[in-house]
Write a protein that binds this ligand. Sequence first.
Ligand SMILES: *[C@@H]1O[C@H](CO)[C@@H](O)[C@H](O)[C@H]1NC(C)=O
Ligand SMILES: *[C@@H]1O[C@H](CO)[C@@H](O)[C@H](O)[C@H]1NC(C)=O
Ligand SMILES: *[C@@H]1O[C@H](CO)[C@@H](O)[C@H](O)[C@H]1NC(C)=O
Ligand SMILES: *[C@@H]1O[C@H](CO)[C@@H](O)[C@H](O)[C@H]1NC(C)=O
Ligand SMILES: *[C@@H]1O[C@H](CO)[C@@H](O)[C@H](O)[C@H]1NC(C)=O
Ligand SMILES: *[C@@H]1O[C@H](CO)[C@@H](O)[C@H](O)[C@H]1NC(C)=O
Ligand SMILES: *[C@@H]1O[C@H](CO)[C@@H](O)[C@H](O)[C@H]1NC(C)=O
Ligand SMILES: *[C@@H]1O[C@H](CO)[C@@H](O)[C@H](O)[C@H]1NC(C)=O
Ligand SMILES: *[C@@H]1O[C@H](CO)[C@@H](O)[C@H](O)[C@H]1NC(C)=O
Ligand SMILES: *[C@@H]1O[C@H](CO)[C@@H](O)[C@H](O)[C@H]1NC(C)=O
Ligand SMILES: *[C@@H]1O[C@H](CO)[C@@H](O)[C@H](O)[C@H]1NC(C)=O
Length: 503
Amino acid sequence: MKALLKLLPVFGSLTIAVYAQCPDYTTYSQSPQGSLSTGPLALPYMRPAPACRTFNSTAVEDVIANMTARLKDPDIARLFENTFPNTLDTTVRYYNSTENLAFIITGDITAQWLRDTANQFAHYHTLLSVDKDLAALVKAVINNEARYVSQYPYCGAFQPPPESGLSPTVNDWALGVTVNPPVDNQTVFECKYELDSLCGFIKLSRSYYKATGDDSIMNDNWYAAIDQIFRVIDEQSQASFDEDFDWISYYNWTGGNGALSPAVNNAGNGEPKGYTGLVGTHHRPSDDLSTFAFLTPANAMLSVELSYLAEILDEVGQAENISSLARQWSSTISGAIWDTTIVNNIFAYETNGLGSRYVMDDANLPSLLSLPYLGFLNKTHPAYVATRKVLLSRYNPYYAAGKNFSGIGGPHVDAWNPWPMSQVSAIFGTDDDAEITNALYLIANNTNGLGLIHESQSIYNATDYTRPWFAWANSYFAEMLLDLAQRKPYLIFKENVSYTPGQ
Ligand SMILES: *[C@@H]1O[C@H](CO)[C@@H](O)[C@H](O)[C@H]1NC(C)=O
Ligand SMILES: *[C@@H]1O[C@H](CO)[C@@H](O)[C@H](O)[C@H]1NC(C)=O
Ligand SMILES: *[C@@H]1O[C@H](CO)[C@@H](O)[C@H](O)[C@H]1NC(C)=O
Ligand SMILES: *[C@@H]1O[C@H](CO)[C@@H](O)[C@H](O)[C@H]1NC(C)=O
Ligand SMILES: *[C@@H]1O[C@H](CO)[C@@H](O)[C@H](O)[C@H]1NC(C)=O
Ligand SMILES: *[C@@H]1O[C@H](CO)[C@@H](O)[C@H](O)[C@H]1NC(C)=O
Ligand SMILES: *[C@@H]1O[C@H](CO)[C@@H](O)[C@H](O)[C@H]1NC(C)=O
Ligand SMILES: *[C@@H]1O[C@H](CO)[C@@H](O)[C@H](O)[C@H]1NC(C)=O
Ligand SMILES: *[C@@H]1O[C@H](CO)[C@@H](O)[C@H](O)[C@H]1NC(C)=O
Ligand SMILES: *[C@@H]1O[C@H](CO)[C@@H](O)[C@H](O)[C@H]1NC(C)=O
Ligand SMILES: *[C@@H]1O[C@H](CO)[C@@H](O)[C@H](O)[C@H]1NC(C)=O
């Protein structure tokens, strides 16, 4: 209730009464709501009432109708119906098309993460060419993010734009943290430096441009953000020590006495690194601290996204200096991944450029398991096949299997609570029908009867899960079903005929 009331300045007085009636979705998503699906799982309809939805799209409704008519299992159809629209139904906290600004929350946390938004909209890309209003919303998201990135390229999670009139959310985990360069907490929710956040911004931008052909997103604000991204790439690819063993530090972050966030080694700099051509990060996509700075999957994503960036800039015939720099970095990074992260065909999750490596995978993405999804390599590549086998076994310290659930977790929750998202990545990474079906039902069987995708799930206990309202996980699951609709229609549809939204 409290959260939705904050919407009022945007929608004006007419809808005050309506939004005031809307339940808080964090609470709403924790118990079964509408009618049950007719399959054995009997999953409830969990979309908010139409009047409470935060954005309407007829194209999205059309895809839901098409998919649910084709899916053979009513439980999977119900999951699609709940998850596909979840971003639009619940997370558009502020949108003004005149201002070209939108503020998108993650779900139960009222802040905009660059990573989450890129993923929260990834399954709508094919619709941007058919739904102009949806495209305008995405454009407004990109514009808001260009502002954030140009100002604070080292940060990943942000507060509402001042135009929204929404008040910033206090983040207890950011209190007592010393971060350099320093940030303003009216704009920044949390300034953890996570390389893939910047990749998310590029991914959203290039996907929008590719779908719409609209180059008006590339305004001064956007170019300023892109320049800052190259500044970070340059700074974070450097070795920690100079010739005199002075630490070259461009960014540092550490919790102090009494802070909820941990103190970080080496005055907030983390472990030292050498130069390899890879770009360092400070935190992982889970928002946990990195062990070693060179996160292989984030670099893989960066290499892919920089190559798209070069492509779109060349298409619009602008900024040749940036496109050639992007192409150069893309190839340096991918060369360094192949040269420095693989031993015996197995990719390391992290390396330090000085000979140390950590073979593991974390639960969300970019992860090693998601390398094919990220577009870095083919799922049939021998190095991926060999690595995937390790990741889904005891040799990955964060893989766990119990009588209820299995998959990859991480230090963010713990090893015994893998994330359903890791099973989605596993599906994107194989063509094996039996493995796909098994992973799909591991996820479907483990929503605690709520019909939404959660952050983590206990391997032993069906009712023990985290984050009832996590839009990214819902979007990623729906995106996977749309991928199967093209790749493996006979596995999920009544008829063996593929389906592509918007066609
Ligand atoms: C959108 O922003 C414009 C410009 O600031 C303002 O005039 C208009 O009232 C806003 N629209 C809504 C619905 O708040
Ligand atoms: C979505 O449509 C419903 C009517 O079906 C309406 O009540 C609601 O205000 C709309 N939401 C937005 C954000 O426009
Ligand atoms: C900003 O930081 C100050 C000082 O730590 C704190 O009192 C305030 O609550 C913070 N505001 C937000 C929105 O985080
Ligand atoms: C932290 O980073 C800033 C640059 O943002 C740098 O000036 C400062 O020396 C660094 N501090 C340490 C202890 O490394
Ligand atoms: C590209 O060139 C423009 C115009 O000279 C300049 O403003 C911008 O900073 C350059 N960008 C990069 C990444 O070199
Ligand atoms: C991956 O490689 C297989 C052959 O092993 C090929 O059929 C397929 O088209 C490739 N996929 C992609 C996305 O390149
Ligand atoms: C999912 O649950 C059904 C029972 O409803 C069971 O038959 C099936 O084996 C389960 N699948 C997985 C992968 O756990
Ligand atoms: C899952 O866990 C619950 C306990 O929470 C147990 O009753 C149930 O039998 C388990 N399901 C499976 C498929 O093992
Ligand atoms: C399963 O998890 C729920 C929710 O965390 C908890 O209340 C319950 O005690 C757990 N059951 C067992 C058998 O551990
Ligand atoms: C599904 O259709 C494709 C051609 O569209 C065909 O190659 C494939 O064998 C069919 N699969 C099944 C299981 O019927
Ligand atoms: C849904 O199916 C209808 C009828 O087959 C078709 O006209 C429409 O284009 C489809 N919509 C989408 C988004 O695929």
